[in-house]
Design a protein around this ligand. Structure first.
Ligand code: TXA
Ligand code: MG
Length: 317
């Protein structure tokens, strides 16, 4: 398949929107930018289209994808029940980087939900993404636009490197603002369970959910609720090692260089910058052919929790 790569600009935005919506409506595959990471989008209600996602990514079939909507009506159309706590969180964090789990209805095909009776839904804030969903007239299923197991794409060129020849179209709109995938939460009557940390932090959720409790899913059965967490993720080719301070990192660097290893460093910045650039830098270091990547840790609070989650995953093999 020939993959069409289009650079988005002010001048061509309408034309690109029309073209992309046409591809989605007719069951094709299109990579599009969001504020978190790039998504590999298809019509979420068309099982044949959703199957193409799994083929293109090499993704295990029991790992469900996130469905993106542009309105409350679209959400109601695919879910069975919206709890008061869902409403509270949506009022504050939608559109934005928060994915909520709902009981699904029959309209959502089994391939989309990975055979679960729930569906994960997000309303993206990035205007092109929102416009695309509106124009397509269908909810869009979109996992991150990378090959399964490699870092998520935070630029059109990353998606192109991974998916050229496997998708109909890739839209390049430069680097994603946030750079990490959305926060995924399961909502129960009085409880918000964080299945995947992201830019909507535990502290932010607590402010809104109070008096309901917000917890990180930690035990096996909670995490089994989110099949994606059991798979290896976000892994660069080089080995990644994490250090608590600069001195330890420098010591290790000297050691490795003595062994003639090629060493790459993830420079320590603030958590926002570090999140925005993490996947890009992992990809760049891999392309540079380094043997080992060294990184410093961040305090595990606020956005630091999501950042450290991705760093640990990238370091585990
Ligand atoms: O920021 C994002 O969320 C990006 C952009 C494109 O929106 N999308 C994304 O999708 O990261 P993906 O497929 O790479 O990650 C989806 C995560 C997986 O860990 C999956 O297991 C979980 O959400 N998930 C999806 N549906 C679920 C469900 N019904 N119950 C529990 N977890 C679910
Ligand atoms: Mg992913």
């Amino acid at each position: 398949m020939k993959t069409l790569l289009l650079k988005l600009s002010k001048e061509n935005e309408r034309e690109v929107l029309e073209k992309t919506a046409k591809i989605i409506k007719s069951g094709g595959t299109a990579v599009f930018p969001t504020e978190t990471v790039y998504g590999l989008g298809v019509d979420a209600l068309n099982p044949d289209a959703v199957k193409k996602i799994f083929e293109a990514k090499g993704r295990p079939a029991d790992n469900p994808v996130i469905v993106h909507v542009a309105s409350k009506e679209q959400l109601k159309d695919i879910t069975k029940e919206i709890l008061p706590l869902h409403e509270k969180l949506m009022a504050k964090f939608w559109p934005g980087p928060l994915t909520l789990i709902f009981k699904k209805n029959k309209k959502v095909p089994d391939v989309t939900s990975g055979g679960l009776d729930t569906v994960a839904v997000r309303m993206p804030a990035y205007s092109f993404a929102k416009d695309l969903i509106k124009k397509s007239g269908v909810p869009i299923a979109a996992p991150s636009a990378n090959i399964s197991g490699s870092p998520s794409a935070t630029a059109g060129e990353h998606a192109f490197a991974d998916l050229e020849g496997k998708v109909d179209m890739i839209i390049d709109a430069g680097f994603s603002d946030i750079g990490l995938e959305s926060t995924v939460v399961k909502v129960e009557k009085d409880l918000v369970l964080i299945l995947r940390p992201g830019a909507v932090t535990k502290e932010m959720l607590e402010d809104v959910a109070y008096p309901s409790v917000v917890l990180f899913a930690e035990n096996e059965s909670d995490l089994r609720a989110s099949p994606g967490t059991k798979y290896k993720h976000y892994t660069p080719k080089a080995r990644l090692e994490i250090f608590d301070n600069k001195e330890e990192l420098e010591k290790r660097k000297a050691e490795l260089e003595k062994e003639n290893k090629k060493v790459g460093i993830l420079e320590k910045t603030n958590p926002e910058e570090a999140s925005k650039n993490l996947y890009r830098h992992l990809r760049e270091l891999d392309r540079g052919g380094v043997d080992v990547i060294l990184a410093q840790s961040y305090p595990e609070e606020g956005l630091g929790v999501a950042l450290m989650d991705r760093l640990y995953r990238a370091a585990s093999r």
